[in-house]
Design a protein around this ligand. Sequence first.
Ligand SMILES: C[S@@+](CC[C@H](N)C(=O)[O-])C[C@H]1O[C@@H](n2cnc3c(N)ncnc32)[C@H](O)[C@@H]1O
Length: 322
Amino acid sequence: MRELTDSSLPDARSWRRPNDTAAQLRQFGHASDDRVACSSSRWILPALRRQIVLKMLGLTHESCPLPIFECQGEPMPSVEWNRAAWSQRHGWEQHGDEWSGMAAACGQPYELWKESLVETFLASSLTPTSDVLEIAPGHGRWTEHLLAGAGQVDVVDINQECLDACRARFDDDPRLRGHLTTGSSLAFLPTRSIDFVWSFDSFVHMDADVIKGYLNEFARVIRPGGRAIIHHAGIRPLALPLAPATRRLGVAGRVVQRLAGQGRLRDSGNRSMVSRQQVAGWAGQVGLTVERQTQSWGDRGQHDVRKYGDWITILHQPAAAG
Ligand SMILES: C[S@@+](CC[C@H](N)C(=O)[O-])C[C@H]1O[C@@H](n2cnc3c(N)ncnc32)[C@H](O)[C@@H]1O
């Protein structure tokens, strides 16, 4: 794999390490955001107290059925949060295959769910001469399948660690090129150079400006007749205007936000405050056609991405695009 870094971009590894207190909270199995723990010492004692109560009850943060044991502040998934989350905090135990919860939530074995996702959306979009772009490959969970069917694969991530992991995993494949980006720029790709764009489990954590930035770039780099398939958050539109107010209301506010936006009592999955209607609207504004938006697939619709209310949007570059 060639050209994995762009030296003109800031080094992702310069992002500061979480401080000791945040690391201690994580040792307790706490899922809080390091930024919150680092910057808000007033949360630390209550958070430790909550952990002690959970230990006494024999529960973990994840297994507790009530939202009252939450640490302060579910993070807003900014670029900085994404950079820290996927380079320092996540362990990548199975290189992405540890995220099996979506399959479990629709009652499907993970391997079957993954195979069906690959067959339905990814393999059917590729030919041996396709030039493919994957946004946010992580450790290459889907890249493996893109390389199996395409001619050339460009992968773009904000974390150098992820690009390095892809390089190590697909070391001898000269068809793979990695690029470090700062947010949503694809400046390293020529106009009309890509046939197919793929991204899964990553746009779900990107804020509105980053998504709009990428859609704008897709409109430039995708060839006429080409497509993009993107998995993203799907917060219910009525809940979006509540966010500024519920954010100020602590645990109660977050519960209201999750119930209204995702129909969930706890654990938002760190989804960004973006609806499927917004994604369709932003794509239309830059000239991409929305072919379809779906949450499920399979002959009985048995596979889905509904756990956190997500959607998959299929976009098409009109043949007339210049
Ligand atoms: C949850 S992981 C998913 C990785 C992979 N797509 C998978 O499904 O296994 C999120 C990935 O998104 C990347 N990421 C987050 N924000 C990004 C952005 N604005 N541009 C490019 N990559 C980003 C992270 O570095 C990480 O690799």
